[in-house]
Design a protein around this ligand. Structure first.
Ligand code: UDP
Length: 506
């Protein structure tokens, strides 16, 4: 059976480790958690992933086609008439998190009655209630964090606590993190989206933030989507700050480079794509190697503001390079801003053959794996940053909020594979953020996609990092060893029958 669903008929006794993943149901958290579950299953463990029915339906194709023992545990969650967290307004984020905490009872009942014995709970940092769940089940808990080791290090220090408080009070113009580090990191106060909660929700959020901090202390270890060779010092340091085991198991997206992954499953990773995967591949097949820029600002497609959409489009056009641009369906839809919709239609017409617009969910993993793609313009989400590393592509960095600024710093200054579009600070003035003009977009694109020594060196560095990433997940590599150790550490006391364990091959 490819996918072990969560009903009593499918219950099997396990002799191996059984990891129960409780992810935050946002694409950027859920996708890497599922990839990590697949990786552990590929190393001989059983994994369960707790999701609402809407997300289960999205994940099922990729999970089933893997042929690995990954169960989707479907638990209903009704908030404002939907269980699709990505459709819940930002100002209801805290209410969503509290609603999720009420899943504990049904989940515990399910795990006790209908699931093979659990040996470890792996939960998102935003689910502090899982501490109680794990202790009630009598098993250890790991935190799964969708961030770099450097970001974790910042979060773990006293400086983080001070930074959080100054952000709440909006007193300081900058957050100064880790001033003793060689590179001084600056983040804007309460960047858009990070603390964007109405005053009525603030208290609930602060209580939750406190619980999150406690839950982070109370763990048996932390699972990170990074690898030792990418952040050699910080992976180790981030564990030492609180004497916690840090397991660097990334890049988890490299699971999808397996030869058994079918195009359809790869295309459906995380969500149903808004474009026909075969047509997309045919379009890429017609392009020169490394010639296409992939432009995406993450799962929430943050570039919905009309002026920004137009400046971005004009900058891409002026760059002269072929591109795939993931635009928000809200900008392209029939009932949306007439001017932007018209602009996008004209652009598609003018650049027919050179620019492909995807209006909605893009099969990002599939696209990035194609040899014609030569660079990425990204909002610096940690997953996208790692996916760029995994396939060896240089990036134009365009952070929007929170830890994305740290990730930009890592890409540009530490890895040497990024060129900043020039966003130093996104100010919120009257609810508006500064628009990046077309000239800046064009310049950054030309710089990563063009010729010249710097561009060549950047590409060489990106290719070298990808080699290290593949080595990390290959047999004997640092992530491979960590995955193996995790499976052994959390396996049940019953003797393990290795003869039927699926083996990983890269
Ligand atoms: N993603 C995708 N198609 C899209 C948008 C996003 O496959 O159209 C995936 C992307 O590959 C990544 C995740 O969604 O794995 C986004 O995570 P990231 O941390 O980069 O950004 P976030 O969406 O959390 O801001």
């Amino acid at each position: 059976m490819a996918c072990w669903r969560a009903n009593s008929d499918d219950v099997v006794a396990t002799t191996t480790a059984h990891f129960v993943f409780v992810p935050l149901m946002h694409h950027g958290h859920l996708i890497p958690a599922v990839d990590a579950a697949l990786q552990l299953a590929a190393h001989g463990a059983l994994a369960s992933v707790v999701v609402t029915p809407t997300y289960a339906a999205r994940l099922r194709p990729a999970v089933e086609s893997s042929g690995l023992p990954v169960r989707l545990v479907e638990l209903p969650l009704d908030l404002a008439g939907t269980d699709d967290v990505d459709r819940i307004p930002l100002d209801q984020e805290a209410a969503y998190l509290l609603a999720t905490s009420r899943l504990r009872g049904p989940l515990e009942r399910h795990l006790r009655v209908h699931a093979p014995p659990v040996t470890c709970v792996v939960s998102d940092i935003c689910h502090p209630w899982t501490t109680g769940l794990a202790s009630s089940l009598g098993v250890p808990r790991l935190s799964f964090l969708g961030m770099s080791a450097y970001c974790l290090l910042c979060l773990q220090t006293e400086h983080h606590a001070a930074a959080m408080h100054s952000a709440y009070a909006a007193a300081d113009p900058y957050w100064h993190l880790m001033p003793e580090e060689p590179v001084e990191v600056k983040l804007p106060t309460a960047p858009p989206g990070f603390m964007r909660l109405p005053a009525s929700e603030k208290l609930a959020y602060e209580k939750l933030a406190y619980a999150v901090e406690r839950a982070c202390v109370d763990v048996d270890g932390v699972l990170l989507n990074t690898f030792l060779e990418l952040e050699p010092g910080t992976v180790v340091d981030s564990g030492e700050v609180r004497s916690v085991n840090v397991w660097a198991v990334g890049p988890v997206s490299l699971f999808h480079q397996h030869e058994h992954q079918h195009v359809a499953a790869l295309a459906a990773r995380g969500n149903a794509p808004a474009v026909d995967a075969d047509e997309c591949l045919q379009w890429l097949d017609g392009k020169e190697p490394s010639s296409v820029l992939y432009v995406s600002f993450g799962s929430s497609v943050l570039h919905g503001r009309p002026e920004q959409v137009m400046e971005t489009g004009l900058g891409l056009e002026a760059s002269g390079h072929p591109f795939i641009w993931v635009v928000s369906p809200e900008n392209a839809g029939q009932d949306q801003d007439e001017e932007v919709r018209g602009f996008l239609e004209d652009l598609e017409g003018r650049l027919s053959g050179r620019g492909l617009l995807i209006k909605g969910w893009a099969p990002q993993q599939l696209i990035l794996s194609h040899a014609s793609v030569g660079g990425i313009m990204t909002h610096c989400g940690w997953n996208s940053t790692m996916e760029a590393v995994a396939v060896g592509l240089p990036v134009v960095t365009w952070p929007h909020m929170a830890h994305q600024f740290l990730n930009e710093m890592l890409s540009v200054q530490s890895m040497g594979t990024g060129v900043s579009v020039g966003v130093e600070w996104l100010k919120e003035e009257d609810g508006e953020v500064a628009v990046v003009e077309r000239g800046a977009v064009e310049k950054a694109v030309r710089s990563i996609m063009g010729g010249g020594d710097e561009a060549v060196e950047r590409r060489t560095r990106a290719a070298a990092l990808a080699t290290k990433a593949r080595e990390a997940v290959r047999e004997g590599g640092s992530a491979f060893i960590n995955l193996r150790r995790l499976v052994r550490r959390y396996q049940a006391v019953m003797p393990q029958d290795t003869s039927t364990s699926p083996q990983i091959r890269y």
